[in-house]
Design a protein around this ligand. Structure first.
Ligand SMILES: O=C(O)c1cc(C(=O)O)c2c(n1)C(=O)C(=O)c1cc(C(=O)O)[nH]c1-2
Ligand SMILES: [Ca+2]
Length: 681
């Protein structure tokens, strides 16, 4: 007799069957959603069609589940036979029974809140992997943890970080390929050396590790790929001191037939190439797609999308494996649209460049030549004055997933423009005494604050349906803000996406016509999933505003808690009531010495601006904008900066890093900026 649904015995059986054979058979039916990107190819294309263009208008809420989090939610819910696993901020895992919408268990890895500032981009997590009865989560502080799927109890945990002096973090979802749990890390804004590691899913034993950039060349190279890569860096730049970067913090995919796994690598650390490799060079394997042998971690091939990266143009954005007919011939390709604004089609058997076309206006390159090298513009690298480079470091796309529908032949991708000015940081030196010290290690200054030349382009968000064969858009939808959620496409000829302004929307996949929407009570950044439970199709989305753009910006005054919404045709549950949130008024009356403003500006830019934004200019996302605080708060700023109450929520303690004098100067900058932008009476 089958165990009752939702009991530990049922959960064990359901999640126990998720193995390599299951992943492959599910790929042809997609009855479940067993992995971050749905399948090994990361298509996010479901073959379910109960919900279709005809009846999507009758989609209604079945239940909502409170994730009890107030920071970014980037997780795609994975679901097997009605058991859902989804993560919230601070890497907390929730197991939810889809049949009831009720909690089965939660697991909190207890990430130290003071470690929050070690990451660039919010204390987020993109989700879990499942394999043979276990749930794998990578915690923000760098631990990879295996849980019993039925109970949420820890089975094993591994520290994936090679050197805790440096600011390594993990935000990405692990994947399981051939019985190995695979995970990279983040940190390239602060000076780290990127790598990716495989662990035995059963025992947690380390199987292999591949570094993405070479280490100190006076020491033996780990493998031949590192030796070759070291020839593309100028040794005078001593890149290895700051780590070089190249972090593999998000994208992975796997082709079982070719026995190749693919990763996307990140930006250079520091950002500006002449600071780490003064004579130039491609600086392999930054900003590349790399194919590895999943059994050994051995390098097989690479294609570098941004040679000599200079702008935080990571190639970590999600990739999709697809089979296309190009010039009459079937081709096994990788579809990829990274931060740098170009859509790439790459031969996944050998890494050969097929085509690249810009999907937004860009000013760093005019295109790619037939060898797959970008043709850079004259302004791309010269840093003599503050200059807007397009796309900015926020990327024309970021980690927000795209999906590929073989029926329409279209890729559905969230696209954006977030204008940013860059300025050469002439005095940049790697801070060897305090490696991993935030933002000062970027190389460039992002110069968007009040008294520097502002960018001239306008921010935008856009949903683009891209034809990868013609390399052109089939349709586009303008959105009200950048930083919208990832997409899902289905055999019901639908595209689902959540938006920064707090809606969950369904479109006709062929035409882009909007067919349905529901409010979400907060901005959406994550991607939805769809699956069958007891023969019925559901769609779920985890919402919660945040991520790097959400730290200091928002598109709606609705800032409800992290929540999972599950919809089905005929659903009629009531949504939870959410609190509205108002902008305050500009801070007034804090006494300061105007002579302190320039020094305060520099201190604010290297210590505060990333999370708190520009006082009174940015709107304040999940983290308050200091230009809108009460007078007494700014007057007492030292009480928050040194061992303050917000350290429990992830605010760094600046004891020993800033002096009292520095805090006076920062106050001068905050009040000075508020005074400067206050409308004149
Ligand atoms: O260089 C890195 O190691 C690294 C890591 C991460 C991350 O782990 O989230 C991001 C970025 N870079 C990055 O450049 C970026 O724009 C970004 C956005 C986000 C996010 O979750 O919203 N993470 C990251
Ligand atoms: Ca980065």
């Amino acid at each position: 007799q089958a165990p009752a649904k939702g009991t530990p015995a049922h959960i064990k059986a359901a999640v126990g069957k998720v193995n390599a054979a299951f992943m492959q058979s599910n790929a042809t039916q997609t009855a479940d959603w067993p992995s971050y990107g749905l399948d090994y190819a990361e298509t996010r294309h479901s073959k379910l069609n109960q919900i279709s263009t005809d009846n999507v208008k009758d989609l209604g809420l079945v239940w909502s589940y409170n994730l009890e989090s107030r920071r970014g939610v980037e997780s795609t819910p994975v679901v097997v036979d009605g058991i859902m696993y989804v993560t919230a901020s601070w890497s907390i895992v929730h197991a939810v029974d889809v049949r009831t919408g009720k909690r089965i268990w939660t697991y909190d890895p207890k990430v130290p809140r003071e470690a929050g500032y070690k990451g660039c981009c919010d204390v987020v997590n993109r989700g879990v992997a499942l394999h043979e009865g276990k749930v794998f989560v990578a915690a923000y502080d760098g631990r990879l943890i295996a849980l019993d799927a039925a109970t949420g109890k820890e089975v094993w945990a591994q520290d994936t970080i090679i050197d805790r002096k440096f600011s390594y973090t993990i935000t990405g979802a692990p994947r399981v390929f051939k019985g190995n749990v695979i995970i990279g890390n983040g940190g390239a804004e602060y000076g780290v050396r990127g790598y990716i590691t495989a662990y035995d899913a059963k025992t947690g034993a380390q199987k292999w590790r591949w570094f993405t950039v070479p280490g100190d060349p006076s020491k033996p190279f780990e493998d031949e790929s590192m030796e070759r890569a070291a020839k593309t860096w100028d040794h005078a730049g001593k890149w290895w001191e700051a780590g070089g970067g190249g972090t593999a913090w998000d994208a992975m995919a796997f082709d079982p037939e070719l026995n190749l796994m693919y990763i996307g690598t990140g930006n250079g650390s520091p950002w500006q190439r002449d600071k780490r490799s003064p004579a130039g060079g491609d600086n392999l394997y930054l900003a590349s797609i790399v194919a590895l042998n999943p059994d050994t971690g051995k390098y097989v091939w690479h294609y570098q999308e941004t040679p000599g990266d200079n702008w935080d143009y990571t190639s970590t954005q999600p990739m999709i494996l697809a089979d296309l007919t190009l010039d009459g011939k079937p081709r096994k390709v990788i579809l990829h649209a990274p931060k740098n604004g170009f859509f790439f089609v790459i031969d996944r058997t050998n890494g050969q460049f097929i085509s690249a076309k810009n999907f937004v206006d860009v000013n760093w390159a005019t295109g790619y030549d037939q060898n797959g090298r970008p043709i850079e513009t004259a302004i791309a690298r010269t840093g003599d004055r503050p200059r807007e480079i397009i796309p900015s470091a926020f990327g024309a796309r970021n980690w927000h997933s795209m999906s590929f529908n073989p029926a329409t032949g279209l890729v559905y991708m969230p696209v954006q423009g977030v204008p940013l000015t860059l300025m050469d940081n002439k005095d940049w030196k790697f801070n060897a005494e305090r490696p991993g010290e935030p933002h000062s290690n970027m190389g460039w200054n992002t110069a968007n604050f009040a008294n520097v030349e502002p960018p001239t382009s306008k921010p935008f968000g856009r949903l683009v349906a891209w034809d990868p064969v013609k390399q052109q858009a089939a349709w586009t939808k303008e959105q009200i803000s950048p930083w919208n959620g990832g997409t899902l496409t289905t055999a019901g000829n639908l595209v689902f996406q959540g938006t920064a302004d707090g809606r969950f929307i369904a479109y006709n996949a062929t035409t882009g016509e909007q067919l349905w929407e529901a409010p979400t009570g907060t901005g959406v950044i994550a991607a939805p999933s769809t699956y069958l439970v007891d023969g019925k199709q559901y769609v779920s989305i985890a919402v919660g505003w945040g991520g790097v753009y959400g730290l200091a910006q928002r598109a709606t005054d609705r800032t409800g808690p992290g929540t999972v919404y599950t919809f089905a045709v005929g659903g009629n549950a009531q949504p939870p009531a959410h609190v509205a949130y108002q902008l305050g008024k500009l801070v007034e009356g804090v006494k300061y010495d105007p002579a302190h403003v320039p020094a305060g500006t520099a201190l604010y830019v290297s210590n505060c601006v990333f999370c708190h934004g520009v006082p009174g200019v940015d709107r304040g996302g999940n983290i308050p904008n200091l230009g809108y605080m009460d007078t007494s708060f700014i007057e007492n700023l030292d009480k928050f900066v040194f061992k303050g109450p917000a350290t429990a929520r992830g605010m760094p303690d600046f004891t020993g890093k800033l002096s009292n004098d520095d805090v006076q100067k920062i106050k001068a900058f905050i009040q000075g900026t508020a005074d400067a932008i206050r409308p004149k009476k």
